[in-house]
Design a protein around this ligand. Structure first.
Ligand code: BGC
Length: 746
């Protein structure tokens, strides 16, 4: 209770500055300033504003190549990334505003993906909290810290839909579901951009990687993406749009091609959809050297042509490739790129530099005292602990082995028990492993016997004997296993998504001792663990939780916090089922165990190991039958829509805590269109509520569904509803649901 109050106070303080977000629009008055500046700029200086370079990593922090410093001085480089800490940023900003002709301040970008110094759970883990306030809080704290360390732009949120756990970057996103992905994208943008762009504690968000980067063929990073426009618009595009509608000021292009055209040269995506359809007014930056890579994609003969293709498609800023810097002047001379095109790109960038307030005070993010007071503050750490425990998913708990009793003798085993560096995960900002609470540290003070057992990788089993002996001497075994941080994330696709090395073997040996075995998973993607699921007594999915990992896991293991997380991505039984996701389309031969000629495998079940939305609690919940009132949505001739948004369907359901302790349940609502003009998914998430229930307590929850919840891309590609019957399904995961049918009328 005390802790809850504390969190409330933290959240109040941290949220004091957020407002409801909306599509970014340049502020009145900015245009005059931008145009006045633009009028003074040479073509070289303009191209400089379209250029972004990285600084390097030295042993004690970021460093900069002398050449880049000269480029800043000459106006050839207008923006930097990977430059952070107040001292370093100030020195570089000084070059820009004191040594250049026009004194245009630099943007400072960085990948602040799940925290800057206080590291929060990896984004996939946070998505498992199904707690939008917690996710927003995490992004807010990240922005508070990063903006205090000199930064004004983060390359986040990453909103790529991930349906293929072979792809290592699923750890950076919100999982497989489009609707949940949209809500989380909005929450993250709100957190990053805070009260408004220009607040000293807000940064520019950069939604990435536009578009469909998560659909890389075979889950191999950077691979080609090919899908129907219908599929693309229905499942992959909405989270980018949601982030933009929540105000994201910048967009990053992705490495892949789409429909045969690499995204950084894809006018359809960058101009037609992004600017013309969605009204995006910010700027577009490429991902790292993606313009240069269009030569290797084989759609242009050389880098000069690549730059022309990119600018004409709608790219504004070249990340690291130096293509614009080297070739664009010539392209302009040859008339391959119009001057107006360059001017427009420069305007988009300058506007945001004005919005940030950098022209009034280029050092506004450079206050050492603020930096010192903000980074890793007790409030930030406490927020990380709260978000971390919300992100944990209980996958199995036979015989209620969890929570542990404080007087039990615990054998603490596995390569991750003492680890700090892997627990802060991939893309860990400026996080320091030494600040991270290991699992052993989190459980300090208990009756513990420790043994490593094995490493992450390799076949060495020499530690098994000591681990088994430790297990035999204990009441309960807690074994912490998983992936190394570099096994997920960018350029870390895997064809085998089981636990690496001999970790699974170690667990199975420990299970043979007959002692209860609690497996604590730490990983960046869904893993295929059917043997562990069959043999372990309990399983906790803890992802990589960040700085407060050990404390948060201890809170859950000891029952100080009752886990309520739910999987944001399906856990397959084997990699052969991949891609696997709950909202698959209906087929003409749905699975029938009694018929060979239906859609299934001959060597594996269709069902996943753990479905989307799945997660247990230390208590149990029961669901009543949902009731829909009215059971139809009346049509509305005048507005031209099929259903009148003024008269939504209200679906209510009783949820009861049938166990012995208080607990939270994520009540999920799914919709199925029974007959459509095109094939429809077997179910689609359209809402959820997270509810706290005392033992024996029943709450009646109501979901309000208006016409929007039933929209899709119809046969003729218009987005809207169709009359007919729909099933509304409610439950605690995507498989166990109770159904009520409603009708949408003409
Ligand atoms: C990644 C981006 C990241 C960029 C800058 C690229 O390799 O794909 O997500 O923002 O590097 O660090």
């Amino acid at each position: 209770m005390k802790k809850l109050k504390y969190l409330f106070l933290i959240a109040q303080a941290i949220f004091a500055g957020t407002v409801s977000a909306q599509l970014y629009k340049p502020s009145p008055g900015i245009e005059t300033k931008v145009n006045a500046l633009l009028a003074k700029m040479t073509l070289d200086e303009k191209i400089g504003q379209l250029t972004l370079y990285t600084t390097d990593w030295g042993s004690t922090g970021p460093t900069i190549r002398e050449g880049y410093k000269n480029d800043i001085r000459s106006g050839a480089c207008g923006n930097l990334f990977n430059s952070h800490t107040v001292g370093f940023v100030r020195d570089l900003q000084k070059v820009a505003v004191e040594e250049t002709r026009l004194k245009i301040p630099l943007l400072f970008g960085y990948d602040v993906i799940h925290g800057y110094k206080t590291i929060f759970p990896i984004p996939l883990g946070e998505a498992a909290s199904w707690d939008l306030e917690a996710i927003e809080l995490s992004a807010r704290v990240a922005a508070l810290e990063a903006s205090a360390a000199g930064l004004n732009w983060t390359f986040a949120p990453m909103v790529d839909i991930g349906r293929d756990p072979r792809w290592g970057r699923v750890m950076e996103g919100a999982g497989e579901d489009t609707w949940l992905g949209c809500r989380i994208a909005e929450a993250r943008v709100r957190g990053i951009q805070g009260k408004k762009i220009g607040s000293t504690d807000a940064m520019l968000a950069c939604v990435k990687h536009y578009a469909a980067y998560g659909a890389a063929t075979a889950g191999r990073d950077y691979n080609t993406v090919d899908m129907s426009e219908r599929f693309f618009r229905e499942y992959y595009l909405p989270p980018y749009k949601a982030a933009i509608e929540a105000g994201a000021a910048t967009v990053m292009t992705s490495f892949n091609d789409y429909d045969g055209v690499p995204v950084s040269g894809n006018k359809y995506l960058l101009t037609n959809i992004l600017r013309n359809e969605w009204g995006f007014k910010g700027f577009v930056v490429t991902d790292y050297t993606t313009i240069n890579e269009m030569v290797l994609h084989g759609v242009v003969a050389n880098e000069k042509e690549a730059g022309e293709l990119a600018l004409n498609a709608g790219v504004d800023m070249d990340m690291q490739g130096a293509v614009f810097q080297r070739f664009t002047k010539q392209s302009v001379k040859e008339g391959k790129v119009m001057r107006q095109q360059i001017d427009e790109a420069v305007r988009r960038i300058l506007r945001l530099k004005f919005e940030l307030g950098l022209f009034d005070d280029p050092y506004k993010f450079c206050d050492e005292n603020r930096e010192k007071a903000t980074l890793l503050s007790p409030a930030n750490r406490q927020a990380a602990r709260e978000v971390s425990r919300k992100s944990i998913v209980l996958l199995k708990n036979d015989k209620n082995v969890l929570p542990l009793q404080r007087n039990q003798r615990i054998a603490l085993i596995g390569p991750l028990v003492d680890n700090q560096s892997e627990l802060i995960g991939n893309w860990n900002g400026a996080g320091n492993a030494n600040d991270c609470v290991s699992l052993a540290a989190g459980l300090k003070g208990l009756n513990i016997i420790q043994a490593k057992g094995c490493e992450f990788e390799g076949s060495d089993k020499s530690g098994f004997e000591a681990a088994i002996a430790a297990a035999r001497s204990a009441d309960v075994v807690v074994v912490a296993v998983g992936e190394k941080a570099m096994m997920s994330g960018e350029a870390a696709s895997r064809t085998d998504i089981t636990l690496p090395g001999v970790q699974e073997e170690l667990i199975l040996e420990l299970c043979k001792t007959g002692k209860p075995v609690v497996v604590v998973l730490m990983n960046g993607r869904p893993l295929a663990i059917p043997n562990i699921a069959a043999n372990a007594t309990a399983i906790l999915e803890t992802w990589w939780l960040g700085t407060e990992a050990g404390n948060a896991i201890a809170d859950v293991l000891l029952g100080d916090y009752n886990p309520a997380g739910k999987l944001p991505m399906t856990f397959p039984r084997s990699v052969g089922q991949v891609p696997i996701y709950y909202n698959e389309k209906s087929t003409g031969r749905p699975f029938d165990p009694n018929s060979k000629w239906t859609s299934k495998y001959i060597d594996e079940a269709n069902a996943p190991l753990y479905p989307f939305g799945f997660g247990l609690s230390y208590t149990t919940f029961s669901y009543g039958t949902p009731v829909a009132k009215p059971s139809y949505l009346p049509g509305d001739e005048k507005s031209g829509t099929l259903a009148n948004p003024k008269y939504p369907v209200k679906v209510s359901v009783d949820v009861t805590n049938t166990g012995k302790v208080a607990g939270e349940e994520v009540v999920q609502l799914y919709v199925r269109d029974l007959v459509g003009s095109v094939t429809r998914p077997v179910k689609e998430l359209k809402g959820f509520q997270k509810v706290m229930l005392q033992p024996g307590e029943t709450k009646n929850l109501t979901f309000t569904l208006n016409e929007e919840a039933f929209r899709f891309y119809r046969r003729n590609m218009t987005f809207g509803t169709e009359p007919g019957e729909y099933d509304i399904m409610i439950g605690g995961n995507s498989q166990d649901v109770k159904t009520v049918r409603v009708r949408l009328e003409k």
